[in-house]
Design a protein around this ligand. Structure first.
Ligand code: FES
Ligand code: FES
Length: 156
């Protein structure tokens, strides 16, 4: 039975009508129109659907709405502020980090969580932080360069 479930997405309170076991990913994409978050494996294995939940990268495909309610959810659309791209988004463009791009929103979400807690990560720390994000195009090295570039250009 659908229920009214309140979510806080990108700082805005949103209501969806859905079963409480519905994956957060479905509500983001199908009810709220936030299609930057991608469906990949659907089972918590690939990272394509990652969003920040209370600041931690989490698979929205594997997070039921009942568990997301009351938490602060940030999607790729919520990273930019005042019409300005997030430093990671600028760096990914500058490094031409994406190939097909399908994995990129999940990767940028994981990288944003890393830089929020560790503004000066090492190469190894970036690789460890992105360990749960798969990229079937093999763009990993360009991705790591982009995250290090974003850190260098934005950290005090
Ligand atoms: S689609 Fe969610 S982890 Fe792969
Ligand atoms: S750029 Fe294609 S899957 Fe990562």
């Amino acid at each position: 039975m659908p229920e009214r479930i309140l979510l806080t997405v990108n700082g805005v309170s949103r209501e969806v009508a859905a079963g409480p076991d519905t994956p957060l990913l479905y509500a983001l994409r199908n009810d709220l129109g936030l299609t930057g978050t991608r469906f990949g494996c659907g089972s918590g294995e690939c990272g394509a659907c990652f969003v920040l939940i209370d600041g931690y990268p989490a698979p929205s495909c594997d997070t039921p709405l009942w568990a997301a309610a009351g938490k602060a959810i940030t999607t790729i659309e919520g990273l930019s502020a005042n019409g300005q791209l997030h430093p990671l988004q600028r760096a990914f463009i500058a490094e031409q980090a994406a190939q097909c791009g399908y994995c990129m929103s999940g990767i940028i979400i994981s990288a944003a969580a890393l830089l929020a807690n560790n503004p000066h990560p090492t190469d190894a720390e970036v690789r460890a932080a992105l360990d749960r994000n798969l990229c079937r195009c093999g763009a990993h090295n360009r991705v790591v360069r982009a995250v290090l570039r974003a850190a260098a250009e934005s950290a005090p």
